[in-house]
Ligand binder design. Structure first.
Ligand code: FAD
Length: 456
């Protein structure tokens, strides 16, 4: 293309969506320049801060993301909060196109009394705590009670249940944070109840995560067998993945899968229950239990609705972790945001606000789907953007300053941004600290220390 017309694209968020969008853009056009801005000094989003520490194989995508970051037409700028350190309007002035891929950093609230008691946590914070998210460093969850209740029956709920019940020997070999390892070593939690509004045919987890629970050493499933009445007879009507999942669930419920004599810890799905209230202890500040509404199902299979019977049940527990979903936030008032759906409204990744603004990942579709789903979704957005360049919808003939303009603003505001090679110093240091204690990595838990290592 004629001189001065190489397209400059900026991506907000250094998680899977950001990296996969960048990868597709770089591969598809040999003249495109991509800059990634990330709020934290460290990249990879939920691959680092969400994916469970005992799922190291899932984190292999980091190798692909690193290849992208090291690409000669790609730059990574960490420790830059868009909407705070630099506005979306400034980015739009500096680049031909801006892609918002900043994920879902909020969480859905239960909206019931007692939600703010001590002992009640969102799965997002709990996961952030054991995975070393700087903002959750001080969570220090109270693990002194025997029973923990997890609200929600998706994969995140199972991650949380598994971490609470895993033998320490397993966790010790992972990159779980040192303070959470120490806290879990002292944990009194013996029983985790995974509560859902609907029944066994509607659980939202996948078979891999269920199998891990079933096979978790030292534990056994504990479920109410009457919850499974009629389930065996509908197996033949189910889709293949749902059928396999349900068969495993049935096996677990019947105790067939619990070969583990002497298992001291228990877990189980508790079906057809909706939370009504978290009950305070005598001190009025900590958690003593939970009141649940008993439901029946209306309709069948995936489409079934939970309807309260009017009956109520109370369970004793000292800890409640609500795993009912993450939620995207609006980071800049200049960007359209659907507060009801908590996404950026878009058409195949094009934000409806004139050319040049795009979105991908969880902020585009909502906070569901595995990394592979996020990858496909990000490739779709990249294709929309490339089509708009081809069609002249984005005017790449106007010369844009790109990172030069943004970095000089950041410098003038005293923002200490982090390059990818700075991150590699943090990475090296974390691996070194891990090796000393026989673990793959010991994460640095606060931003100031990350910056010290990065800029040393
Ligand atoms: P994110 O991964 O959240 O990335 C968003 C990035 O944007 C973050 O780095 C964030 O710091 C940054 N950001 C936020 N705000 C700003 C801002 N204002 N300025 C600049 N940057 C910003 N999938 C699997 O395939 N396997 C698993 O085992 C698995 N486990 C999971 C466990 C948990 C607890 C969770 C929550 C998800 C899990 N997933 C798993 C799903 C997977 O993590 C998501 O599909 C994927 O991370 C979504 O990518 P994203 O880039 O949209 O969001």
């Amino acid at each position: 293309s004629p001189s001065g017309s190489s397209p400059k694209v900026c991506i907000v968020g250094g998680g899977p969506a950001g990296f996969y969008t960048a990868q597709h853009l770089l591969k598809s056009r040999l003249d495109i320049q991509v800059d990634l801005f990330e709020r934290l000094p460290v990249p990879f989003g939920l691959v680092r801060f969400g994916v469970a520490p005992d799922h190291p194989e899932v984190k292999n995508v980091i190798n692909t993301f690193t290849q992208t970051a090291l690409h000669e037409r790609c730059n990574f700028f960490g420790n830059v909060g868009v909407g705070k350190d630099v506005s979306v309007a400034e980015l739009r002035q500096a680049y031909h196109a801006v892609v918002l891929s900043y994920g879902a950093e909020g969480n859905r609230r239960l909206g019931i009394p007692g939600e703010d008691l001590r002992g009640v946590y969102s799965a997002k914070d709990f996961v952030g705590w054991y995975n070393g998210l700087p903002g959750n460093k001080e969570l220090r969850p109270d693990l002194s009670s025997e029973t923990a209740v997890v609200l929600g029956q998706g994969n995140v709920a199972l991650d949380v249940a598994r971490i609470l019940l895993s033998p320490l020997d397993i966790l010790k070999k992972t990159d779980i944070t040192q303070p959470s390892l120490e806290a879990l070593a002292e944990s009194q939690v013996q029983r985790v109840l995974i509560v859902g509004r609907r029944g066994p045919l509607q659980v939202a987890c996948t078979i891999k995560e269920l199998r891990e629970m079933v096979n978790l050493p030292g534990t056994m499933p504990d479920m109410v067998t009457t919850d499974f009445e009629g389930v065996a007879s509908v197996l033949k009507d189910l889709s293949r993945p749902r059928k396999r999942l349900t068969e495993l669930l049935l096996k677990a419920a019947q105790g067939a899968a619990s070969r583990q004599a002497g298992a001291s810890r228990q877990w189980g799905f508790h079906f057809l229950r909706s939370p009504l209230e978290i009950l305070p202890a005598d001190d009025l500040t900590s958690t003593a239990g939970i009141r649940l509404a008993v439901n029946v199902l209306e309709g069948s299979h995936e489409g079934a609705r939970a309807v309260p019977t009017g009956e109520v049940e109370e369970l004793k527990c000292g800890m409640v972790i609500s795993s009912i979903g993450y939620r995207s936030l609006c980071i800049d008032p200049a960007v359209p945001f659907d507060h009801h759906k908590a996404i950026i409204p878009n058409t195949v990744g094009r934000v409806q606000t004139g050319a040049g603004l795009y979105c991908s990942g969880w902020v585009k579709r909502g906070p569901t789907g595995v990394i592979a789903t996020t990858m496909n979704d990000s490739f779709d957005t990249a294709r929309s953007l490339l089509q708009d360049i081809e069609a002249g919808v984005i005017d790449v003939y106007s010369v844009k300053p790109g990172s030069r303009a943004v970095l000089s603003s950041l410098d003038s505001r005293g923002v200490k941004w982090v390059s990818f090679s700075d991150w590699e110093k943090i990475d090296k240091e974390e691996v070194r600290r891990g090796q000393r204690v026989g673990r793959p990595r010991e994460k640095i838990l606060d931003v100031a220390e990350m910056l010290r290592v990065a800029h040393s």
